[in-house]
Ligand binder design. Structure first.
Ligand code: 1CP
Length: 354
C-alpha cells in the first residue's frame, strides 16, 4: 500500500514525498507546503461545483469529494492533498440531527446536555461511511505520489458543537459540563474518541498517508484543564491509530500554552498557529516531533513582497527544526486571492530547494 514502510521493499513514491519525510523528521529536497482549508471557498472552481449542493451532501458524494480535493493540488502544486469533508461528518453518519448552515457552520438541533442525551451517540462503523472509503480509493489513484491527509475533529472540538448546539465564542455550556459534571463530560469525550478513532481508521485503511486531528478550539482551555479533562480522550484517538505508522498531526488555534501537551497526547507533528514563532514552539514542544505552520492567513491580503517577507520569517524561525511542514497558522480565509497561494507555494519551494 501507499503507506508501506520501506523495510525490505522499495519505498513507494508517496512514502518518499517531501511531506511525509518532513513529518518523519528526515532530510527533504524542499520544505513541503499545504494549506488548511486549501479546498473550498477561495477557489472559483469549488464554488462552481458546489452550486446548489448542500455542504454535508457534498461530503457524501465520492465523485464530488474527489474533484474538490484535487482542485487545490492542480492549481497550487501543494505537497499534500487534504480529504474534503468536515469534522461533523461522522456525527451525521451515526444519525445525529445536525446540519451545516451556510455562513454559520455546524448546528445541532437537540444539543447533548444530559446523560440521557449520550445514548444518541452510538458507535460509528465503517459501513456508516461507505462514501469515505470510495472517495479515498479514487483519490489515492488520481494523486499518485502526492500524499493524502485524512482528518477528524478532536473530542473537545466536536463536544463544543454538540453541547453548545452550534458555533460559540465562549463554550459556556461545554465548559460548564466539564467543570460541573466531570463524570458526564469524561463519558462524552470518551464516546467521541471512539467515533473519531473509527473515522480515522477508515481513512487510513482506504489509503490516507497521514492524519490530522483538528482540536481547533482547545485554546479556550487552561493547561491543567486540558491535561485532566481533554487530553486523555485525544490520546486515546492517537493511540488507536498508532499501529498504522502514518504520521499523526495535532492542530489547534490559540494553543501556545498547550503545545507541549498536544505533542504528548501522541502527535508526530504539532500544528502551530501564528501567535508563537516556530523556534519558540519547538522549545515548548521539545525534541522528537516535527512542527507544522505558521503564516498568519491575513498576510495573504497584502502584496507579493510582504507575503514573501513574512513567509521568510517563518522559514527563518524553522531553520533549526527537526522537521517542518509549511502551512498557514489557521485555514485559508474565503476571500483570499488564490493566486497569492500559488505564488506562496512557489516561493517556499524555491527558497528552500536543497
Ligand atoms: O458550504 C460551505 O462551503 C461551508 C464552509 C465549509 C467548508 C468548505 C464548512 C462548514 N466545512 C468545510 C470543509 C472543511 N471543514 C474542511 C475541508 C477543506 C480543506 O481543508 O481543504 C476541513 C478540514 C474542515 C474542518 C473543520 N470544520 C474544522 C477544523 C478546521 C478549522 O478550520 O479549525 C472546524 C472547526 C469545522 C467546523 C465548521 N464547518 C464549517 C464551518 C464554517 C465551521 C466553523 C464554524 C465555527 O466557526 O465554529
Amino acid at each position: 500500500s501507499a503507506n508501506a514502510s520501506p523495510s525490505g521493499q522499495q519505498p513507494t513514491a508517496t512514502y518518499d514525498s517531501a511531506f511525509l519525510k518532513a513529518c518523519r523528521r528526515e532530510a527533504v529536497p524542499h520544505t513541503p507546503v499545504w494549506f488548511m482549508r486549501q479546498a473550498g471557498r477561495s477557489l472559483p472552481e469549488y464554488r462552481k461545483v458546489r452550486e446548489g449542493v448542500p455542504m454535508l451532501e457534498s461530503c457524501m458524494r465520492p465523485e464530488l469529494v474527489t474533484e474538490i480535493t484535487l482542485q487545490p493540488v492542480r492549481r497550487h502544486n501543494v505537497d499534500a492533498a487534504i480529504y474534503f469533508s468536515d469534522i461533523v461528518v461522522p456525527l451525521k453518519a451515526i444519525g445525529l440531527d445536525l446540519d451545516i448552515k451556510p455562513g454559520v457552520g455546524p448546528v445541532v438541533e437537540q444539543p447533548i446536555r444530559t446523560r440521557a442525551d449520550l445514548a444518541r451517540l452510538r458507535d460509528l462503523t465503517p459501513e456508516d461511511v461507505p462514501y469515505v472509503t470510495e472517495a479515498i480509493g479514487q483519490l489515492t489513484c488520481e494523486l499518485g505520489a502526492t500524499p493524502l491527509i485524512g482528518f477528524a475533529g478532536a473530542p473537545f472540538t466536536l463536544a463544543s458543537y454538540l453541547v453548545e448546539g452550534g458555533p460559540s465564542r465562549t463554550y459556556e455550556n461545554a465548559k460548564a459540563m466539564m467543570y460541573g459534571d466531570p463524570g458526564l463530560w469524561a463519558d462524552l469525550l470518551d464516546r467521541l474518541a471512539d467515533i473519531t478513532a473509527v473515522f480515522l481508521k477508515v481513512q487510513i485503511e482506504a489509503g490516507a498517508s497521514a492524519v490530522q486531528l483538528f482540536d481547533s478550539w482547545a485554546g479556550a482551555l487552561a493547561p491543567a484543564d486540558y491535561r485532566h479533562s481533554v487530553m486523555p480522550a485525544s490520546a486515546k484517538v492517537f493511540e488507536a491509530v498508532a499501529g498504522y505508522g502514518v504520521p499523526r498531526i495535532h492542530f489547534g488555534v490559540g494553543t501556545g500554552e498547550l503545545l507541549k501537551l498536544m505533542g504528548e497526547a501522541g502527535a508526530d507533528v504539532v500544528g502551530v498557529d501564528w501567535r508563537v514563532p516556530l523556534d519558540e514552539a519547538q522549545r515548548r514542544v521539545g525534541p522528537g516531533r516535527a512542527l507544522q505552520g505558521n503564516l498568519d492567513p491575513t498576510v495573504l491580503f497584502t502584496g507579493k513582497d510582504t507575503v514573501e517577507a513574512k513567509a521568510r520569517e517563518v522559514l527563518d524561525a524553522a531553520e533549526g527544526l527537526e522537521g517542518h511542514v509549511f502551512n498557514l497558522g489557521h485555514g485559508v480565509l474565503p476571500t483570499t486571492d488564490p493566486d497569492a497561494l500559488t505564488r506562496l507555494v512557489e516561493y517556499v519551494h524555491t527558497r528552500t530547494a536543497r
